[in-house]
Write a protein that binds this ligand. Sequence first.
Ligand code: FAD
Ligand code: NAD
Length: 460
Amino acid sequence: MNHDLVIIGAGPGGYIAAIRAAQLGLNVACIEKERMLGGTCLRVGCIPSKALLESSELYKEAEHTFKDRGINVGSLSLDLEKMLSQKDRTVKTMGGGIDSLFKKNKITRYSGHATITAPGKVSVDNGEEKTELEAKYILIATGSEPSTLPGIELDGDRVGTSTEALSYDQVPKHLVVIGGGVIGLELGAVWSRLGAKVTVLEYLDRILPTTDFEIAKEAQKIFEKQGIEFQLGCRVTGVKANRKTCDVEIADAKSIRCERVLVAVGRRPNTENLGLAEIGIALDKRGFIPVNDHYETAVKGIFAIGDVIGGAMLAHKAEDEGVAFSERLVTGYGHVNYDAIPSVAYTNPEIAAVGKTEEQLKEEGIEYRKGVFPFMANGRARAMGQTEGKVKMLADKQTDRVLGVHILGPRAGDLIAECAVAMEFGASSEDIARCCHAHPTLAEAVKEAALAVDKRALNF
Ligand code: FAD
Ligand code: NAD
């Protein structure tokens, strides 16, 4: 079979690249080894985790905050099976949506494991037969999978990864999470809200290592108040799974007995059996595929994007690379501004950021001014009863150009979009401060933080 472009992997990187390339007139094929299109993000990542975060938050609100607002509900109970099936339905519906998009854009889909046999040649093995494809260009968008630690055997039951933690059939009495990163905090929050005792063990002396330190520290305090336990500076040496419990062994400390263990210590690129070494593509020392500015690998005509090339492991980063790749291939233009990629942890409150942290600015010797505005002084946050957290804006001391924004607070994930747009347009804090923001909205906290850069916040 001949195609202009063959894409391996139908995650947010691969399927979006396929759609954009097809829009631009290429004859595109996409190979996916799983039955459902959408990749990690749709099957076992962004979407199912957000469905559970939303449901568990509603459950917690009904349990704790409805009463304060004069809403009395009868006795509250959890139907976990139904909660999980709502999540599964959401995923299935969205998977069907990508199938329709493939049909609409006339993208040919192949099911099976892809191996590159030579430049321009890909073999697809679906377990029963092999199909040989030929293409002018090949795009690798094979994503990533959970990492584990030496001494820990993932049994897919008591000791598992995020994939299992999206589908526990009962609320564990005690869940130990290894890793205080985004997955640990999001999925830890889900099960804590549903009634589990949750202990997060983090190797470093802080949680969320890439988040602005002041924000991460404040977030940890809030999560502790919500009942999550943290043990920082904690080196896990092994996990012993018993019939009904597990023992998590820690260097220089007592082991912890719990019901389930979630290993959330990062993700590693998916490059197994892709045929890379055989065609001359060497991996970097962390296992990622090296690419140039055009996303081209060491072999001409073979490109790679998304989690498999490293950088921020985020769905929207993979998508934007997919668009940039296809546009550059067809039109000669296309680019991603890596300085303005937002990130969001969907905890409560949410944590969102774009641009540089205060630590990075100090390290790079960049002089900056800082504006902070707390949500407790924002009318909408007060009305919502969600006053924890703040907006922190960092702007260049000389030019006032916004260099970073860090938000801990309600709907931070939505608020950060304004800041990413501002940074894309090279805005100053003064630009944001002078834009009219509707009242009463949470977005006014962003405007006030911008005013605070120049020490002229109005409501604080
Ligand atoms: P993937 O989504 O991993 O897709 C790669 C696809 O390639 C997979 O479907 C795989 O089956 C297929 N594949 C691999 N090898 C082959 C082969 N040889 N042949 C055929 N097919 C192959 N990111 C966010 O931005 N926001 C979030 O809220 C968020 N939440 C997350 C929650 C969890 C629990 C997890 C695990 C991740 C989350 N992420 C989130 C990260 C996000 O899922 C990834 O960054 C994103 O999916 C990467 O996209 P990708 O296209 O590079 O790879
Ligand atoms: P992560 O890199 O965010 O966090 C892993 C944490 O584990 C780090 O804090 C690290 O210090 C810690 N750790 C590493 N080794 C350890 C050890 N031996 N003992 C204890 N702690 C250890 O990785 P993650 O949370 O697994 O998430 C993987 C990827 O998925 C991330 O890159 C993230 O971007 C992406 N993701 C994004 C979202 C989102 O955007 N909302 C949600 C989930 C996942």
